[in-house]
Write a protein that binds this ligand. Structure first.
Ligand code: NAP
Length: 498
């Protein structure tokens, strides 16, 4: 067997070893004997060099006209499209999601690259009338500075692109720390950014642990904005560190997303949407459906249809196109799911799954059977805490008001969905869900990159990714007044009586 490739950090336009001299492995979660590669265990000293490179690159990059910056994003998006299949296969091998979903993940990266490339020619501010004569008033966006980008493993191409594309078109330079479970995808991405022609120092990659590399990025005084996606636990820690330093911070955190199924729903459609949302990416999406809140009258019927379909799902390596559900990302994730399933056995009726999946090929990886608990109470632990695996709780309720109270009765607020044929009820739900993303007659996943993405409550801190509002994280507003009257004019004074 050949030794796995050793990958490097990317600092100031050069691929370089960490000063630590240490590396770590990334392994295929579907077959843990398959080592994807070795990666540099970066340190605070590496981060300091990356930040210095980003600072050196900043003046020329912010002075580059935004449409020109956008052209590099177009080139990068085109390269991703050209390499889509290679990137998707690398992703499936590294973090496990099935190939069709990995292609979708890359496509999200392409979409946001093109969307933000266009922002290079828009980046609208306001031009408004002044309250005084012969005076011009407008607002413009300017870069914040160096952006620290810290990402999870579950969308290892899409999420880094969602953050880096608006940062770069906005004129910021970047220090990027990917998840230690997906450093290969990050490396491939940065290789394509280098090929696209981003100037040296504009994008810097430092792999390594969250405690070492992530903390050093957050603590560095020259990093002015942090964009983080990951668990609420890590997000809280980063918020405390960043808050003390008055840094701008965008947080995209956990979820406990619900599908509401009312009595008038199209049940076949609901079953399709629930299965796709609950067990796609093996339940490891931030928008995964982990709760189905169903009118009591149709609870048993829905559970029986869901169970029948779940038992037919095929588990295996996502590289096999006939597989429906890939592995969990690592052994710790399997243990966590198993702990929650043990709790679930006391909180609901186990109707599907409930154990590790074993067998000749499955024994090589981190597989868990898609699991359903029926008859769960809204406040049960499995209905409240983010499990981040293929575990679904079905919660019976009486009518719309109780369904909405249950749906909103969590600390999280990312996405929610309702199945109903009544247009009035659908509009009430659009108004009543306390979440950032609502679906009607579709599951809880499937965001498109030109709309805002993010959540309420503990899912975040009020910022949004994607859509043109993504620029808000990475730009400062500047209000500009030009007085061409040739005399002193005092706002709120010279134009008021008395
Ligand atoms: P995680 O454990 O919080 O890790 C996320 C990133 O933070 C990783 O790069 C990690 O590095 C880094 N990190 C860990 N400790 C850190 C520290 N002390 N300082 C700075 N960075 C640190 O989350 P995950 O397991 O990768 O991702 C799953 C979570 O992400 C779920 O909760 C999911 O809901 C959430 N998520 C949310 C969204 C959204 O948009 N709302 C989207 C996707 C995922 P290491 O890998 O080296 O530990």
């Amino acid at each position: 067997m050949t030794a796995p490739a050793i990958n490097r950090l990317f600092i100031a336009g050069r691929w370089t070893d960490s000063v630590s001299g240490a590396t770590f492995e990334s392994v295929n979660p579907a077959d843990t004997s398959d080592v994807v590669g070795r990666f540099q265990a970066g340190t605070a000293a590496d981060v300091a060099m990356a930040v210095a490179a980003a600072a050196d690159a900043m003046p020329a990059w912010r002075a580059t006209p935004a449409p020109k910056r956008g052209e590099l994003l177009y080139r990068f998006g085109a390269l991703m499209a050209e390499h889509k299949e290679r990137l998707a296969r690398a992703m499936t091998r590294e973090m496990g999601k099935v190939l069709a979903e990995a292609r979708g993940d890359v496509q999200e990266g392409i979409d946001i690259a093109f969307l933000m490339a266009g922002e290079g020619r828009r980046m609208f501010g306001d031009t408004v009338p002044s309250e005084l004569p012969d005076k011009w008033a407008m607002s413009i966006r300017q870069p914040v500075g160096i952006a620290g980008i810290i990402t999870p493993w579950n969308f290892p191409i899409a999420i880094p692109c969602w953050k880096m594309m608006p940062a770069l078109v906005g004129g910021n330079t970047v220090v990027f720390k990917p998840s230690s479970d997906a450093p290969h995808c990050a490396t491939l991405l940065v290789e394509l950014m280098e090929e696209a022609g981003f100037p040296a120092g504009v994008i810097n990659l430092v792999t390594g642990s969250g405690a070492e590399v992530g903390d050093a990025i957050v603590a560095n005084p020259d990093v002015r904005v942090i964009s983080f996606t990951g668990s609420s636990h890590t997000g809280r820690h980063i918020a405390e560190q960043a808050g003390r330093r008055l840094k701008r911070l965008s947080l995209e955190l956990g979820g406990k997303n619900a599908v509401v199924v009312l009595r008038d729903a199209d049940l076949d459609l609901a079953v399709d949407g629930i299965l796709w949302s609950a067990f796609g990416t093996t339940g490891q999406r931030c928008t995964a459906c982990s709760r189905v809140i169903v009118d009591r009258h149709i609870h048993d019927e829905l559970v029986s249809r869901l169970t029948a379909r779940t038992q037919k799902l095929r588990l295996g390596s996502g590289l096999d196109e006939s597989v429906d559900v890939g592995p969990l990302v690592n052994a710790a994730a399997v243990d966590k799911v198993d702990r929650y399933v043990a709790i679930g056995r006391r909180e609901g009726d186990l109707v599907a799954g409930g154990e590790r999946a074993t067998g000749a090929t499955l024994d090589k990886g981190h597989f868990y059977k898609p699991t359903i608990f029926a008859g769960v109470r809204p406040m049960a632990t499995i209905a409240q805490e983010e499990i981040f695996g293929p575990v679904l709780s079905v919660i019976p309720v009486d009518g719309y008001d109780e369904a909405m109270a249950a749906a909103n009765g969590t600390h999280y607020g990312l996405s929610a969905s309702i199945y109903t044929r009544d247009v009035n009820t659908a509009f009430r739900a659009m108004r009543d869900f306390e979440v950032g993303i609502v679906y009607v007659n579709a599951g809880t996943t499937g965001a498109e990159t030109h709309l805002p993405f993010g959540g309420w409550k503990d899912t975040g801190n009020g910022h949004r990714e994607a859509g043109h509002v993504a620029l808000d994280t990475f730009t400062e507003w500047k209000a500009v007044y030009i007085d061409f009257s040739g005399k002193l004019q005092r706002a709120q004074i010279d134009n008021q009586p008395g």
